[in-house]
Design a protein around this ligand. Structure first.
Ligand code: PSU
Ligand code: MN
Length: 306
């Protein structure tokens, strides 16, 4: 834990930190921008419950009134979910403005990593990470999540990344930045709604103990930076590849036609894919987040063992 006058650590999280008990960080852009109300609030609360049931303390992270919150109240989660797109999606570059103006902010993977690291939380569960967008060779649209993974010491448990992104280029970028991408029980990078892609992870690791050992080895040897733990969606919840591919192609076409750029791209693509696949993709999304929360808890438990 570092001294930071902007940081508010929830008493439950503080108690776990002091006692060296396992903690799992959770992000808030997935609540405000990633899912519709009220499923977003229900999911956020259910994820916290799942983390507790698996022996760890949940720490949902957001900015409320210019305070960096590590651990939220139910009312704060409800506020983020209900306000939805009205909450500012906050990545690293937005943070100082949101703090100075005492605003609310939903934290992306990048910002959640930053704040988790300030508090000393090492394991973070989410749905999917941002990455290199398709067509990045002309748009330069590369998520700040990747640069954060390069420098901030947090392990991010995700279901890979959506193929709204260029998965191959995302893995190349992570390789350049020295970020290990570990497949949990799988060889290829999961593609969020589906368990596989055409691209290899760096290493397949089959147990939470094995994953925690890599975290310890990286940070105890003073190699700075994050780790991607890619946990494929459970088989029974995965989607048909052609259905999801078609929805993604359609969403990308509309993005282009409507000239949507910058930080609006990801939320636009996520919500269009959801609309185009009916409610199916939302169900899959919720299932994979729960699955990631369970694995992250097991890793945090292993990591907390001396
Ligand atoms: N991908 C998803 N769901 C999400 C996001 C990405 O499948 O909710 C969110 C995360 O908060 C991630 C952010 O950090 O979008 C990336 O946004 P951008 O591409 O603008 O960096
Ligand atoms: Mn972007």
């Amino acid at each position: 834990m570092i001294d930071n006058t902007f940081l508010d650590i929830h008493p439950d999280v503080k108690a776990a930190l002091v006692a060296g008990r396992p903690i799992v960080a959770l992000e808030s852009t997935i609540i405000s921008h990633g899912m519709p109300y009220p499923d977003n609030v229900a999911t956020a609360l259910e994820v916290e419950k799942t983390v507790r049931e698996h022996g760890a303390t949940p720490a949902t992270i957001a900015i409320i009134g210019g305070r960096l919150k590590v651990g939220l109240t139910e009312e704060e989660i409800e506020h983020l979910g209900k306000t939805g797109l009205g909450i500012i999606k906050t990545s690293r570059r937005d943070l100082p403005v949101i703090l100075a103006r005492k605003m609310d902010g939903a934290t992306t993977v990048a910002t959640t990593m930053i704040i988790a690291a300030m508090a000393g939380v090492k394991v973070f569960a989410t749905g999917g990470i941002g990455g290199v967008h398709r067509g990045a060779e002309t748009t330069f649209d590369i998520s700040a999540d990747l640069q954060e993974l390069a420098k901030t010491d947090v392990a991010v448990v995700c279901a890979g990344c959506k193929s709204i992104l260029d998965i191959g280029l995302t893995l190349e970028y992570l390789e350049t930045q020295g970020v290990p991408v570990l497949g949990y029980g799988v060889k290829t990078m999961p593609a969020f709604y589906t368990r596989e892609s055409d691209f290899q992870t760096d290493h397949q690791i089959d147990t939470p103990e094995g994953l925690a050992a890599v975290m310890k080895a990286k940070w105890e040897s003073h190699l700075r930076g994050g780790i991607v733990i890619a946990n494929p969606i459970p088989k029974q919840h995965s989607m048909a590849k052609d259905v999801i591919d078609q929805a993604i192609e359609q969403a990308l076409k509309e993005l282009d036609e409507q000239g949507i750029k910058g930080k609006e791209s990801t939320p636009f693509l996520l919500s269009r894919v959801k609309e185009l696949t009916g409610g199916d993709s939302l169900k899959s999304n919720i299932a994979l987040v729960m699955n990631n929360a369970r694995l992250a808890s097991a890793i945090a438990v292993e990591y907390s063992k001396k």
